[in-house]
Design a protein around this ligand. Structure first.
Ligand SMILES: Nc1ncnc2c1ncn2[C@@H]1O[C@H](COP(=O)(O)OP(=O)(O)O)[C@@H](O)[C@H]1O
Ligand SMILES: [Mg+2]
Length: 384
């Protein structure tokens, strides 16, 4: 095997000991380019360079191997470090290992030096590779989280914009057509024309209702009445539509919530109830809204078949994943507990704290002028 070439920094004040170390490295198949130093100042200088390995005596004139180790690690240098010393107590050896030494050897027994050096270098290489991989992974997770949150807020922005356009353009045009048809109806010269106009009026009425419904789905106007009435309404509608016994409970009639929170809470309940009707095979569901200790909680509990970790890991299911991301946009989180007797989803949002500031602003910009007083009370597409 060809010798391994290593650039070695050796803290050692005794020349003979240094020579001995060099011999043992060479015997162990290491072609070492050794730079020997014995002061703290020289160490500071040497640390501007890169080293494959640092060996250090314990007792140095006015300095110690442990202090050198501390300095090296404090600089964030992961370079392998082996304490090579005369007799040292076990406590010092332990402390050295704890402080980040890779190994310690006695000068009286250096046969292990070369293998220990190679092992330390390999261990270090793996540690650095792992650190890099961990860092890359956490960066990419962070980016993914930010992207998901960005998508969630973009979706709401887009929905709000579409709702505004439907309101302004489609709603406006339909109202105008209704007026015109009403005029024609009053001035219809023949009964047949009057009848046709009546039919047209009905069609326009349906189109108007549909546009209200779509608008409501895009941006639930009922939220203007407050989160509690909106969730009460949602729960009632859900019960009537699905035949599942749906109970709404709250300790609070009025909630003072930062902008953005009601919509996140509303979408949370909407998704949780949709899941109950789609997956749970439940006969009962309850929606509980509480505010305690400065934390808003929305809890949706069903008595269905429960869900498993596999269910949550489904590649194409983004409902619950989206809830986690949405919750984070307002500084909140989602907890799930489930067993074969049912499932509980809880959204928690701390209501004070600086993190809502940015989101407040973002969601304030989302506000659209919703049509006054004529929110559609019936919203069949919600649980479609
Ligand atoms: N309340 C529930 N009861 C039983 N299973 C559920 C419930 N909610 C969700 N699941 C399971 O978890 C999976 C993931 O749900 P979700 O992320 O909302 O995606 P999707 O509804 O699009 O499938 C569902 O496919 C279902 O198998
Ligand atoms: Mg779902």
């Amino acid at each position: 095997m060809p010798p391994v070439r290593l650039k070695v920094l050796h803290l050692e004040d005794n020349e003979e000991d240094a020579a001995l170390v060099a011999i043992h490295l060479r015997r162990g198949g290491i072609n070492a380019d050794i730079h020997r130093i014995d002061t703290e100042v020289a160490l500071s200088d040497a640390l501007h360079e890169e080293w494959d390995l640092i060996l250090s005596d314990y007792n140095l004139p006015g300095y110690s191997g442990l202090a050198a180790l501390d300095k090296i690690r404090a600089l964030g240098k992961l370079v392998p470090f082996i304490l090579v010393s005369g007799e040292i107590g076990e406590d010092i050896a332990v402390q050295a290992m704890r402080n980040g030494a890779n190994d310690y050897l006695l000068k009286s027994n250096l046969t292990r030096l070369a293998p220990a050096a190679l092992l330390a270098i390999e261990a270090n290489r793996i540690r650095i590779a792992k650190q890099r991989a961990d860092l890359a992974l956490s960066r990419s997770r962070q980016q993914l989280r930010e992207l998901a949150q960005h998508l969630q807020t973009s979706i709401e922005q887009e929905r709000a914009a579409i709702a505004r356009e439907i309101h302004d353009d489609v709603g406006g045009a339909l109202t105008a057509v209704k007026f015109d048809l009403a005029w024609i109806a009053r001035h219809a010269p023949t009964p047949q024309i009057a009848e046709r106009v009546q039919q047209a009026l009905e069609s326009v009425g349906h189109a108007h209702e549909a546009s209200q419904r779509i608008m409501h789905n895009l941006r639930p106007a009922i939220l203007e009445q407050g989160l509690v009435p909106a969730l009460q309404w949602m729960t009632d509608r859900f019960g009537k539509r699905t035949g599942i016994h749906a109970l709404f409970r709250t300790s609070q009639e009025q909630l003072q919530l930062p902008a953005g929170v009601p919509l996140v809470a509303y979408r949370f309940a909407q998704e949780a109830l949709t899941n109950v009707s789609k997956h749970a095979q439940a006969t009962q569901v309850s929606v509980d809204v509480t505010q305690a200790g400065g934390v808003l909680s929305i809890e949706v509990t069903d008595n269905g078949r429960g869900l498993s970790a596999d269910d949550l890991a489904k590649a194409r299911s983004f409902g619950i994943r989206g809830l986690h991301e949405r919750a984070e946009t307002v500084g909140g989180w989602v907890d799930i507990s489930s067993n074969p007797g049912g499932t509980t989803l809880i959204l928690s949002v701390p209501l004070s704290g600086p993190e809502n500031g940015f989101i407040d602003q973002l969601f304030t910009n989302l506000d659209v002028d919703t049509p006054s007083g004529d929110a559609d009370p019936d919203d069949p597409t919600v649980w479609g």
